[in-house]
Write a new protein. Structure first.
Length: 266
């Protein structure tokens, strides 16, 4: 859910400089000329404050009254007494958040209904396609390349490259061709079942019903809405024991932490 207007404004002004290198979004194909190379330093700094605040506020779904916003900004900058009391501001914030929460819940419910209908139709049509097989759980899969090695069990780990898509073709995740270590008992049910059907060296396409994926909640940050059917292309490269996978995952985590610390130190 979007932050309330007042919080977003404060954050935008307080966090100025976070996106100093972000290119200005063109307006009708034209680049802004509010400041140029000949502008003074304070003019450029002022532009950064205003531009970052504007980009942050643009994320708010409600259309703001920019005339009122600019007048309020000038009031605050000049040190004038606010037109609203602190109590009014707090009440406004509570009411606004309540309304946005209700709107988000309604939007989630509508998306869940639509995604469920679209997902059921997709799976029904997909089941009729050549090479597609359906298991008792409803998981569908197609063999792209049959492997020749061993198959993992539910308690094994694997190294696999993958790509995940929505039924409209949107790619929401990918290992970009690189094998990733993970345990079969730590992933979605569709993966746990599907990978046990495979052998090392195999490549399958899995069509995962929402009940075997992320269900009614979805994963908003990954563009996975409620009741979403997911499509995964998985290349199973190697089966490994739990100790090997855990050691590899720990090494990857330590490498990521080190990279983060080095970046923060710069």
């Amino acid at each position: 859910m979007k932050k309330q207007v007042l919080a977003a404004t404060i954050a935008a002004l307080a966090l100025v400089g976070c996106n100093k290198n972000t290119a200005a979004e063109p307006k009708e194909g034209e680049k802004s000329t509010v400041v140029t190379d000949s502008s003074t330093e304070i003019q450029k700094v002022s532009y950064v404050f205003g531009y970052d605040a504007g980009k942050t506020l643009k994320q708010i779904e409600d259309q703001l009254d920019l005339d009122i916003y600019m007048k309020a900004f000038k009031d605050g900058y000049a040190g004038a007494e606010s037109a609203l009391t602190q109590e009014q501001v707090q009440a406004l914030g509570v009411a606004y958040e309540k309304r946005k929460s209700e709107e988000a819940q309604q939007k989630q419910a509508e998306a869940a209904t639509n995604n469920k209908a679209e997902g059921e139709k997709f799976l029904a049509d997909n089941a009729k396609k050549a090479g597609v097989q359906t298991t008792a759980s409803g998981l569908q899969y197609k063999v792209i390349t049959e492997g020749t090695g061993k198959s993992p069990t539910a308690n094994d780990g694997v190294y696999a490259a993958y790509e995940g898509k929505l039924i409209d073709g949107t790619v929401f995740d990918s290992s970009e061709g690189q094998p990733v270590p993970f345990m079969l008992n730590q992933v979605i049910k569709g993966w746990t079942e599907g990978l046990q059907l495979m052998k090392e060296g195999g490549k399958y396409e899995l069509y995962v019903p929402s009940a075997l994926a992320y269900g009614e909640e979805g994963v908003p940050g990954a563009e996975i809405g409620p009741n979403s059917v997911l499509i995964f292309t998985i290349d199973l490269q190697r089966v490994a024991d739990a100790a090997t996978i855990q050691k590899e995952q720990q090494a990857m985590m330590e490498a990521q932490m080190k990279a983060l610390q080095e970046a923060q130190a710069q």
